[in-house]
Ligand binder design. Structure first.
Ligand SMILES: Nc1nc2c(c(=O)[nH]1)N[C@H]1C(S)=C(S)[C@@H](COP(=O)(O)O)O[C@H]1N2
Ligand SMILES: [Mo]
Length: 375
């Protein structure tokens, strides 16, 4: 089951000083898209605007032949088809998902992988059946410590051939809000988001939300596969075992004000009061404060918070910026959460670019319209 132990895993490369985005990074970025920041206006992200991350290929399934196996340290191993899952109890949660690599491409030096800036996030209404009752029906054997979730997608990563798989500690897997999800925003789960079934672990970074779920295995030893013990660790050196990546750190994002330049996406806004808006989230809820700086991080003011969309769903914030002077302004926003964590204003570098929740910075040029008259 643990495929990594007898194979050599190559460390991820770190960009050379000044090295631009590589063709490999571009290829990944063109497949795996971020949420456009103006989509922060929606409490529920429309499906096509939700961020997307697929390590290998979207697997090719015959829906009629699809089965979910529940096995390992259980008294009664189960096999469920789509119909058996549909008749089980239903639940739905509004949950903000974020990739643990969000912010990676802003790090210096830059770890080479999916080069996210800040938009690897989205919030959906996920529906499905709670996992815990299914595990209890299968009968957890004494000695169970973790539950392993295996997808149907297969690939090679840093020299290690594997089927995508991640485990959770037993207590997390038994949380009542952990779902086997088969709907997204009220419709069937789309192929790119894991059809016909994905795991949903509210509060955890994206890697835990195993898509194309085919197998749930109760383990009596901690899982040591690639995605658990090599990838998704906070580490400084390639040979450092590091700490596991688990829950989402606090983050606030603003809808960049005004309008963008096509190539650089630099922002221009007309003079007058500016209403800055956005959303904030954390895997250790609730978000307790959002602060905005309009002077490049010298001073911070409290934004007004809206209600959270759900326990693990983001909450809207707004801040009225009184008529700024014409010229270039440096905006920033940061969130704090119930655990006492606050977003850093500088980078917290780690070798794989994990959990970099550095405060968002947006420069805005305030000026009168220069649109040619008559156009
Ligand atoms: N089977 C499988 N599950 C997966 C992945 C994957 O490549 N294969 N990617 C993970 C990662 S790293 C993230 S961030 C989320 C992305 O979920 P989304 O594409 O639905 O937004 O799915 C996770 N689940
Ligand atoms: Mo991710």
């Amino acid at each position: 089951m643990n495929g990594s132990t007898d194979q050599v895993s190559l460390p991820a490369r770190i960009a050379e000083p000044g090295e631009g985005i590589t063709l490999d990074e571009l290829r990944l970025a063109a497949r795996n898209h971020a949420m456009p920041l103006e989509a922060l206006r929606y409490e529920i992200t429309p499906v096509g605007l939700h961020y997307l991350l697929v390590h290998y290929d979207i697997p090719d399934h015959d829906p009629a032949a699809w089965r979910l196996a529940v096995d390992g340290a259980v008294d009664h191993p189960l096999t469920l088809d789509a119909k058996a899952l549909r008749v089980r109890p239903r639940a739905a949660h509004t949950v903000t998902l974020e990739c643990a690599g969000n912010g990676r491409a802003l790090l210096e030096p830059r770890p080479l992988s999916q080069p996210w800036l800040d938009g690897a996030v989205g919030t959906a209404r996920w529906g499905g059946t709670p996992l815990a009752p299914l595990l209890r029906e299968a009968g957890l054997r004494p000695g169970a410590v973790e539950v392993l979730f295996t997808g149907a997608d297969h690939g090679l990563e840093r020299g290690v051939e594997q089927t995508y798989a991640r485990s959770l500690p037993l207590a997390e897997a038994l949380r009542p809000d952990v779902l086997l999800a088969d709907t997204m925003n009220g419709g069937p789960l789309p192929p790119q988001h894991g059809a016909p079934l994905r795991l949903l672990v509210p509060g955890w970074y994206g890697m835990a939300q195993v898509k194309w779920l085919s197998r749930v295995t109760v383990l009596t030893e901690p899982y040591d596969g690639f995605q658990q013990t090599t990838a998704y660790r906070y580490k400084q050196q390639a040979d450092d075992p590091g700490e596991p990546v688990t829950r989402i750190g606090p983050r606030a994002l603003m809808i960049p004000p005004g309008f963008p330049d096509f190539m650089s996406r630099a922002r221009v806004a007309a003079p007058g009061d500016q209403l800055l808006t956005g959303r904030a989230w954390t895997g250790r809820p609730p978000v307790t404060a959002v602060e905005v700086s309009t002077d490049g991080g010298v001073s911070w003011q409290r934004a007004e918070l809206g209600p959270p969309a759900d326990t693990y769903g983001w909450r809207a914030w707004r801040y009225r910026w009184p008529a700024p002077a014409e010229g270039l302004h440096h905006l920033a926003v940061r969130a704090s959460d119930a655990s006492g964590r606050t977003q850093p204003t500088g980078q917290a570098w780690n070798r794989q670019g994990m959990g970099n929740n550095m405060a968002q910075e947006v420069d805005v040029l305030i000026r009168n319209s220069q649109e040619p008259t008559g156009s």
